[in-house]
Design a protein around this ligand. Structure first.
Ligand code: GYE
Length: 347
């Protein structure tokens, strides 16, 4: 069953309504807005074969996010039988809600939602369910009492990432003979109430609890961006003179923190006076490890496009899909052959 994606008469009303929040890209790389709802685009998908997918993305705050968007754009192509409508939420939940409503009005076949925060989705998810449009949640999760409000979720085990980082730190300090020393830690947190922030904070906190000599001096959000990472780290450096470990809940905040540390005439990395631990493990983080600036990075896989497309294909065939699907992840540190690993790295 293929629907007429956009009724031409409705086009211009919808256009007026959404043009203020449509700032992302469509699948062919055009800047949306007028183009997104152009009559030709609508007519182009009035066939029975093309699967129309609306993707409400969080924003473009990090290298991880760009790789994630790229993964969806590379997968949901015309050649693969899709028409992708991409909406960039610009890190605002209200924009994402508007985007989902817009997809419902356009009668898309599937909605992919990467929710910026976990709460506040009930209303719009009910609207999608009432319209009979399956919603696939990707990357971050939604916290809703009624799980039938979405079809399934695919993403990372953020708690496991956080625990793994804590366990790595315990092992590293042990090897340095610092297993019983007082270790002062600060954390640059991601966007508060996002799954990636909650999971990484909680996972690391589990390991923190097991070490009474570890002290969490401070935690502050830097919204997953490099600029805020630098700003928050400047504040930490002004307030605390004895930081041993900086936990950065993504690579971009680590890049900002490193800039702040170096600007303050301080050092970090395996030979520096602060240990830097980061999450995502994008290529630039592995390069920062090669430069001796980051000690370890815990991988978060952004390549969710093909997995979501497999889910859609199963749904098209009328098959059941798993409600929760975790992706495989690893970690990297400076003991590894980073040059070789970088050759394989696609993001
Ligand atoms: O770690 C960060 C991004 O939700 C896993 O969001 C994602 C996180 C990722 O901005 O870089």
């Amino acid at each position: 069953m293929r629907k007429l994606v956009v009724v031409v008469g409705l086009l211009f009303c919808v256009l007026l309504w959404v043009s203020s929040c449509s700032t992302g890209r469509v699948e062919n790389g055009e800047i949306p807005g007028e183009e997104l709802l152009h009559e030709d685009d609508a007519l182009a998908v009035e066939d029975d074969e093309t699967i129309v997918v609306g993707f409400a993305q969080v924003g473009s705050e990090s290298d991880w996010r760009l790789a994630n968007t790229q993964s969806f754009e590379n997968t949901f192509t015309e050649e693969n039988g899709y028409y992708l409508i991409f909406e960039d939420g610009q890190q605002k939940q209200e924009n994402q809600i508007k985007a989902v409503r817009n997809f419902i009005l356009q009668e898309v076949d599937y909605i992919i939602l990467d929710p910026i925060v976990e709460t506040g989705w009930e209303g719009v998810l009910k609207e999608a369910r009432d319209a009979g449009i399956p919603v696939i949640v990707a990357d971050r999760q939604v916290d809703v009492a009624d799980e039938s409000l979405y079809t399934c979720w695919v993403g990372s085990d953020f708690v496991k990432e956080g625990r793994r980082a804590g366990e790595w730190l315990a092992d590293y300090l042990g090897k340095q003979g610092r297993g019983r020393e007082v270790i002062n830690i600060v954390t640059l947190q991601g966007t508060l109430d996002s799954s990636a922030q909650i999971g990484r904070t909680d996972g690391f906190a589990d390991v923190l609890e097991e070490h009474d000599n570890w002290v969490m001096l401070d935690r502050e959000t830097a919204d997953f961006t490099q600029a805020k990472g630098q700003e928050v780290m400047e504040g930490f450096l002004n307030r605390y003179s004895d930081i041993d470990v900086v936990i950065c809940e993504n690579d971009n905040m680590a890049f900002g923190a490193i800039d702040a540390i170096q600007a303050a005439g301080r050092t970090c990395g395996p030979d520096g006076d602060m240990i830097i631990i980061s999450f995502d493990a994008v290529s630039a983080a592995l390069q920062a490890m090669q430069n001796g600036e980051i000690n370890a990075a815990f991988e978060c896989n952004p390549q969710l496009g093909p997995i979501v497309s497999d889910i859609i294909e199963k749904l098209e065939r009328g098959e059941e899909v798993e409600k929760v699907q975790y992706v495989e992840e690893t970690y990297f540190d400076t003991t590894m052959n980073l040059e070789e690993l970088l050759k394989e790295r696609t993001y």
